[in-house]
Design a protein. Structure first.
Length: 131
């Protein structure tokens, strides 16, 4: 019985490690794409914040993108606030694109401009390219 309890305790301790997922499996870490569009929704949540935006393509069609971002605690460390993005804001963002070719991307510490300004830099000029 003691062995069973020890095994269950070890399994419970390992469960969080198995739940974490790396972004390299979903996004092309060697490629950057700049998206320009209008924010339709911003979710300040764990484990990742998420930006949803409409991007007008060169053919005139609008495509709805979803962007995976840092957790709120890491975004705060970078200088962002919960109110960083609002519906209707004009957004320019550098992302790692989806490996599956879907309209999605990953922005973990990348360049983000909201209405032409860098919100993590007190609204001053443009921030450099992604880290």
């Amino acid at each position: 019985m003691r062995t069973l309890y020890i095994t269950l305790a070890i399994a419970a301790g390992l469960a969080p490690l198995l739940a974490h997922h790396g972004t390299a499996a979903s996004y092309d870490q060697d490629k950057w794409v700049t998206l320009k569009g209008t924010a339709t929704e911003f979710l300040w949540r764990n484990p990742h914040s998420a930006l949803f935006m409409d991007v007008k393509q060169t053919d005139g069609k609008t495509v709805a993108y979803s962007i995976e971002m840092f957790s709120p605690s890491l975004m705060v460390k970078q200088g962002y606030k919960r109110t960083v993005l609002k519906t209707g804001d004009q957004v320019e963002i550098d992302v790692h694109p989806s490996l599956a070719g879907t309209p999605s991307g990953e922005c973990l510490g990348c360049r983000l401009l909201v209405n032409g300004k860098d919100p993590a830099n007190g609204g001053a000029g443009q921030k450099g390219k992604a880290k």
